[in-house]
Design a binder for this molecule. Structure first.
Ligand code: Z5A
Length: 210
């Protein structure tokens, strides 16, 4: 990663934390500074990975085991990196991605029962172990985030959004822990308040690159 000129930024957090909103606002703020930005998301981001996304998000809870999800996500991520992310970074663009490997560690790992070591081993095989340059964990109390998602989606849920509170608590625990164990890469950002204020906090946390 260090050999390519672009910057690879990921946004992480629970459902409804405001990642998609901040993806667009942060890209616009960086564009105003003259930076080419590519925005993308996971699962998905390339045509092949979007096909895998449809497999992952639809159907019953029990459709896939956590291990099968991890393997599908790894295949999707390989395609996404090869076809979109790495070419963009190579030409000097900044890439902002809504979720990446840390979501697999949180959802399939911490909440799904797989060990972090095996997830990272698969990531090394599928994606050469490529990690983001910087990750922002959008911190919002779970009940606020879920209320926002419910207000947006009503009772329409995908395979992940409809899981119980304990599952969501384990996700939050993972991200809180990541702030401590990978503190050079992962930054916590308060995701409460007006959207524009949150974007200002993100830009502030990028000032060493600007
Ligand atoms: N998943 C996985 O298991 N393993 C993996 O490795 C990966 C993913 C990569 C993808 O879901 C699911 O895949 C995800 C984990 C799993 N499921 N869950 N849960 P997705 O892509 O459909 O959705 P999501 O990633 O969970 O995000 P989301 O629900 O779309 O939320 P968001 O992007 O964080 O929030 P938002 O859409 O920007 O905002 C939510 C609402 O709040 C919306 O109506 C906004 O207008 C509103 N909003 C946003 N900001 C504010 C502020 N500041 N104030 C008030 N209202 C706001």
């Amino acid at each position: 990663m260090r050999k390519v000129p672009g910057r690879f930024i990921t946004l992480e957090g629970g459902e409804g934390a405001g990642k998609s909103t901040q993806l667009a606002l942060l890209a616009a703020a960086l564009n105003r500074r003259g930076i080419e930005v590519v925005t993308t998301r996971e699962p998905g981001g390339s045509p092949g990975a979007e096909d895998i996304r449809a497999l992952l998000l639809t159907g019953e809870h029990e459709r896939w085991t956590a291990r099968a999800e991890m393997l599908l996500l790894a295949a999707a991520r390989n395609d996404h990196l090869s076809k979109l992310i790495l070419p963009a970074l190579a030409r000097g663009a900044w890439v902002i991605c809504d979720r990446f490997i840390d979501s697999t560690r949180a959802y399939q790992g911490s909440a799904g029962g797989l060990h972090d070591e095996e997830i990272m081993a698969v990531h090394r095989i599928a994606c050469a172990g490529i990690m983001p340059d910087r990750t922002f964990y959008l911190k919002l109390p779970a009940h606020v985030a879920l209320a926002r998602a419910r207000a947006r989606d009503g009772n329409k849920n995908d395979r992940f959004g409809s899981r119980d509170t304990r599952y969501h608590d384990r996700l939050i625990d993972f991200f809180d822990q990541l702030l401590k164990t990978e503190s050079v890469r992962v930054f916590g950002v308060d995701a409460c308040g007006e959207s524009e204020s949150i974007t200002d906090r993100l830009m502030d946390a990028l000032r060493d690159w600007l």
